[in-house]
Design a protein around this ligand. Structure first.
Ligand code: S3P
Length: 430
């Protein structure tokens, strides 16, 4: 297992370019693969998760050229996808699994999906059940809830689906399957609006998508036309340095070209509410996804309550928000976040367990956690990512402010979304 020894830094100063957004990179490859023509993607995230998506679509006969952050996808339409001779291996990537299920359901061939140990524990019935309502034929462990999954592609029917969970992965899988129907597909009653990258990108590929609050619909049978996609920096990766800049003494960090899609900016709302010194300088609009440079400085912070509509806008940032809260005066309550239990790890358990090892005053609740600050974190501890990239990076930032060294086990898990994470941290450390 990979282990890295980490120690405190005096200050963090300088500018970094945040790598491409993971959600958008996955979608650009998938949509390019089912579009007609050549899709060019720039600032693509060269993380293991997105490369798993590339690998799966190559196994379905799609020509994909990857050259650092430039990716060219030769799409031949939905019909151009070929029956994979090999099993589609999604690695650690839930987004690949769930969105690809929506595509595979409407093909005319058979396919199998496997992933790593973490994927094998993540619930897939939230996607396979609605797809079955549309006529999909999917089987797997526990009646199609867990990988390995087998899909027999079929003609599908549009439905009106009442979504019980605010999940962009679920919504996106259903929308992608909806393209393969002859009627209308509607998703209603998402408890809170989830990220809308699929809706935005489908439009960029020429598909008409209607949206009204949390209701999304499209007419089946529409085809995608290839386009060019610039992938903004991932705000979920930027979040680690936003928190680092706020909690490490005497720091000032400039994060360049960060995506600020309003369905993703909960971390900015939280930093502002906690009293952080943060400045957002909006760039001229990228056509489909807004972008900004963000400046963060060391800040005096106060505890707040985070819940409700805000949760889907920051669900992936909660591990590092918990760390932030240890450095805020007073109590921070994170609630309505039981989705944390079905991420790459059970993030209520892993966040609380690992931060407690560093001396944080943190307690798990049924749907989140309560953190009391401000606590001086102490090192001389061994912590683990538990194979979860966001836990690994949160601990990497925690080590910047702990007295005494920290051994971080399984730090390589970070490569799924931010292979340059420690290089960027070293670049900023003065
Ligand atoms: C993602 C959606 C979120 C997020 C995940 C990526 C996406 O999951 O946690 O990292 O790309 O659609 P849910 O849709 O399950 O909330």
């Amino acid at each position: 297992m990979s282990t890295k020894r980490l120690s405190k830094v005096d200050t963090l100063r300088g500018e970094i370019e945040i790598p491409g957004d993971k959600s958008i990179s996955h979608r650009a490859v998938m949509f390019g693969a089912i579009a007609n023509g050549t899709t060019k993607i720039s600032n693509f995230l060269m993380g293991e998760d997105c490369l798993s998506t590339v690998d799966c679509f190559r196994k379905m006969g799609v020509e994909i050229e990857v050259n650092e952050g430039s990716v060219t996808v030769q799409g031949k339409g939905y019909e151009g996808l070929q029956e994979p001779v090999h099993i589609l291996d999604v690695g650690n990537s839930g987004t690949t699994t769930r969105l690809m299920l929506g595509i595979l359901a409407g093909t005319d061939f058979h396919s199998c999906i496997i992933g790593d140990e973490s994927i094998a524990k993540r619930p897939m019935s939230r996607v396979t059940n609605p797809l079955r309502l549309m006529g999909a034929k999917i089987d797997g462990r526990n009646d199609g809830d867990f990988t390995p999954l087998a899909v027999r592609g079929k003609e599908l029917n549009g439905v009106e689906y009442n979504s019980p969970v605010a999940s962009a992965q679920v919504k996106s899988a259903i929308l992608l399957a909806g393209l393969r129907t002859n009627n209308e597909l509607t998703i209603v009653n998402e408890p809170h609006k989830s990220r809308d990258h699929t809706e935005r990108m489908l439009r960029a590929f020429g598909v008409e998508v209607l949206e009204e609050d949390t209701k999304v619909s499209l007419q089946g049978g529409q085809t995608l036309k290839a386009t060019s996609i610039f992938v903004p920096g991932d705000i979920s990766s930027a979040a680690f340095f936003l928190v680092a800049g706020a909690i490490v003494p005497n720091s000032e960090i400039i994060l360049k070209n960060v995506g600020i899609n309003p369905t993703r900016t909960g971390i900015i709302d939280v930093l502002i509410q906690m009293g952080a010194s943060i400045e957002i300088i909006k760039n001229e609009d990228n056509e489909f996804e807004p972008i900004a440079d963000i400046i963060i400085k060391t800040s005096e912070l106060k505890g707040i309550t985070i819940g409700g509509d805000l949760i889907p806008k920051l669900i992936d940032e909660i591990p590092v928000i918990a760390l932030l809260a240890t450095q805020a005066e007073g109590e921070t309550i994170i609630k309505d976040a039981s989705e944390l239990k079905v991420k790459e790890t059970n993030r209520i358990d892993t966040v609380v367990g690992e931060l407690a090892k560093l001396g944080a005053n943190i307690e798990a609740t049924d749907d989140g956690m309560i953190i009391k600050g401000r606590t001086k974190l102490s090192g001389n501890a061994t912590v683990s990512s538990h194979g979860d990239h966001r836990i690994g990076m949160m601990l990497g930032i925690a080590a910047c402010i702990t007295d005494g060294e920290i051994d971080l086990h399984d730090y390589k898990a970070i490569d799924v979304s931010y292979p340059d994470f420690f290089a960027h941290l070293e670049q900023l450390a003065k």
